[in-house]
Every structure is written in structure tokens, then in C-alpha cells.
Ligand binder design. Structure first.
Ligand SMILES: *Cc1c(COP(=O)(O)O)cnc(C)c1O
Length: 348
């Protein structure tokens, strides 16, 4: 990012936009002496009769504390899916720009590229599931706006080498998104601490995994103030609903509970990974920095079907590049993992 300038990356129509100012942007419903007759809401109490805070101030303030960043570096969305979609819409000109993704990885990057009519240039991971940095940088052209790095990576479970990530951050003049959906299960430090250092770094996280709130849809983006301002111009004003804001706030305020669940899951991950060695058709157990374990088996399709018959649903990744005959097991409760092991040992 030697000559990095965000104004060279933003789409021209987005650069020219003024953010839409909704009624609740102008006045906050928390000032109880005020009479709010501005947004055509229904005045009778249902607990949700008012529009939610478009800037999610209370939730951002608490997230800022636990993540040790300031609120102006945070943007929230309806799941990571919305946050990632905003990146495409802000920076990638349809039918012109491209992004780089590193399969095998999370499928949504490609789906979003297709929806937004953006070319998705794929550079496979190496056989050790690390980014092929030279190939990635050689694939960059003047229309490459974003490189997506998922670390820890789904479905492989490993975190990428910090050196390789730094090499990409330092030698690419577009945006580098590090998807940290699984960071709370990782032994590696979050890239959040590098936000000040790299103006082209965007870190995304979610409450869907370690925080146990996939159902409320809350995705988080951390980036420079300039990037956050651009994304704020194009996000729908009420993209994070009131129920989600309240439930998320409650959970973030109970971070101790979240931490204890994470530590339980890490113990379960270790137990499961050890026990899988006993299963005779499992040929390889990949190390995991996330809440799932990828294994190589003799015949993934057959084993997948056999587990289904026993009422156990896992993910068959055999069609993914470099993942032939692999299965992905999410780490469940001790009891669930026991059932999985029991089933695995009783099929032949
Ligand atoms: C599960 C997952 C997410 C979460 O997406 P949400 O829309 O926030 O639920 C994001 N990235 C990766 C790599 C994931 O595996």
C-alpha cells in the first residue's frame, strides 16, 4: 500500500453520494422528554414501535470496549453477508472491476461477486492451505479492488501465516479484507491491532459463531474512518433491527459467559480431534484454529450418507478444490461429539 488512496478505489457514483438522513439520524429516541412526531411511527408501545438507532450507538460503544478500538472504526450489518456485500457495492464497478479469492474458502465471496457482476479471480491456496503470495500479487491488475483472506479459513480451519498476510497488505494498493469469523477460537491474535498501520486493511467479524447468535444476524466491519464513512453512505439506514441490537448488546455485556463457552468448545475440539484418530477410515485430521475440524476420509460421499442415516448432519467438502474426500465436523457439545464418534465407529 505504498501509494494507497481510498479515493482511487471508491466507485465514482458512491463518491458523489450524500448519506441519506433518516428521521432517527437527526434525533435520538432516547431523550425521554422529547415528543417524537417526525417518523410516522405508531405512538402506542409495543417495545419496537420506534425505528432503531441507525448508528447502533450503544452496541458499538460496548463492542469498542471489548475489542479495544474506537467506535468510528466500526460498521455493523445484517450479518457478515451484508457487510461484505457493502464492500462490493462501495468499491467494485460492475462488469469492470475484479476481486481475488483463495479457494478452498467461504462460498459467499464468490456468490456476492456474481450477484454484483464482479469478476472473481481465484488463486488456489498451496497444498498446505497457505496463500500463494506471488501468484496472488501476479494476478492483480488495475481493476483489482479487493483481496479476500479468510483467517482462520473455512473450511480448512488453519490461520494464514502472518508474514504472508503482511506481504499482501504491503504490496497491494487495493483493499485487503481479513474475514475473522472464527478468530475467537484461534490461538493467533486478531488483525484489529494493525488497523492504524494499514489503511487498506478491513477486518470483518460476526456474532454468528463464538458469540452464539447466528439467528440475530449481526456482522461487524472494522476499518479506517475513511472506509467506514464510505460504507455508511450506502448502508440501508435501519439495517440492524432493534431486537438484534438489544440481544447483541446483552450478549456483549456478558462476554464472560461467551468466553467460558469458547473455552469449553476448545476443550471439546481437542478431545474430538484426538478421538477421531481411532476411526479407521479417517486418513488425516487437519489442525484447527476454528470451531470445526476438517478430516480426509476414504470416500467422503459414502461416509456422508452413512452419517445422515444415523441422524448426524455434517458438511461434505469433497467438491472443493484441494479438499477431495474431506468432511467438515462442527464442534458441538460433549454429548453431540460423543454421538458423532459413536456413529463414526459404527459404520463400515
Ligand atoms: C460463518 C461465517 C461467516 C458468518 O457470516 P454471518 O453472515 O455473519 O452469519 C462469515 N465468514 C465466514 C468465513 C464464515 O464461515
Amino acid at each position: 500500500m505504498k501509494n494507497f488512496n481510498i479515493n482511487n478505489l471508491v466507485r465514482p457514483n458512491v463518491a458523489g453520494l450524500k448519506p441519506y438522513s433518516s428521521a432517527r439520524d437527526e434525533y435520538q429516541s432516547t431523550g425521554s422528554e422529547m415528543v417524537f412526531l417526525d417518523a410516522n411511527e405508531n405512538p402506542f408501545q409495543t417495545d419496537v414501535n420506534r425505528y432503531p438507532d441507525p448508528q447502533q450507538r450503544s452496541l458499538k460503544a460496548e463492542l469498542a470496549k471489548i475489542k479495544n478500538v474506537s467506535t468510528e472504526h466500526i460498521l455493523l450489518g445484517n450479518g457478515s453477508d451484508e457487510v461484505l456485500d457493502l464492500m462490493f457495492r462501495a468499491f467494485c464497478e460492475p462488469a469492470k472491476d475484479n476481486v481475488i479469492t483463495l479457494p478452498p474458502t467461504y462460498g459467499m465471496y464468490k456468490v456476492l461477486a456474481n450477484i454484483n457482476n464482479i469478476e472473481n479471480s481465484e488463486v488456489l491456496l498451496n497444498s498446505d492451505f497457505e496463500p500463494n503470495v506471488d501468484k496472488i500479487l501476479n494476478s492483480v491488475d488495475q481493476n483489482t479492488k479487493i483481496i479476500f483472506l479468510c483467517s482462520p479459513n473455512n473450511p480448512t480451519g488453519n490461520s494464514f501465516s502472518a508474514e504472508k498476510i503482511i506481504h499482501i497488505l504491503e504490496n497491494f494498493n487495493g483493499l485487503v479484507i481479513i474475514d475473522e469469523a472464527y478468530i475467537d477460537f484461534s490461538s493467533e491474535e486478531s488483525w484489529l491491532i494493525k488497523l492504524e498501520q494499514y489503511q487498506n486493511l478491513i477486518v470483518t467479524q460476526t456474532l454468528s459463531k463464538a458469540f452464539g447468535m447466528a439467528g440475530i444476524r449481526l456482522g461487524i466491519c472494522y476499518a479506517s474512518v475513511e472506509i467506514i464513512e464510505i460504507l455508511n453512505k450506502i448502508k440501508p439506514p435501519y439495517n440492524v433491527n432493534e431486537l438484534t441490537q438489544l440481544r447483541a448488546l446483552d450478549r456483549v455485556l456478558n462476554k464472560g459467559k461467551v468466553d467460558s463457552e469458547i473455552s469449553d468448545l476448545l476443550k471439546e475440539r481437542a478431545l474430538l480431534s484426538e478421538a477421531l484418530v481411532e476411526v479407521n477410515f479417517i486418513e488425516k485430521i487437519y489442525p484447527s484454529d476454528a470451531n470445526f475440524i476438517l478430516v480426509k476420509v476414504d470416500d467422503a460421499n459414502k461416509r456422508y450418507e452413512q452419517l445422515l442415516e444415523k441422524g448426524i448432519v455434517i458438511r461434505n467438502r469433497t467438491t472443493q478444490p484441494l479438499c477431495e474426500n474431506t468432511l467438515r465436523f462442527t464442534v458441538g457439545t460433549g454429548e453431540e461429539n460423543e454421538k458423532l464418534l459413536e456413529a463414526l465407529k459404527n459404520i463400515d
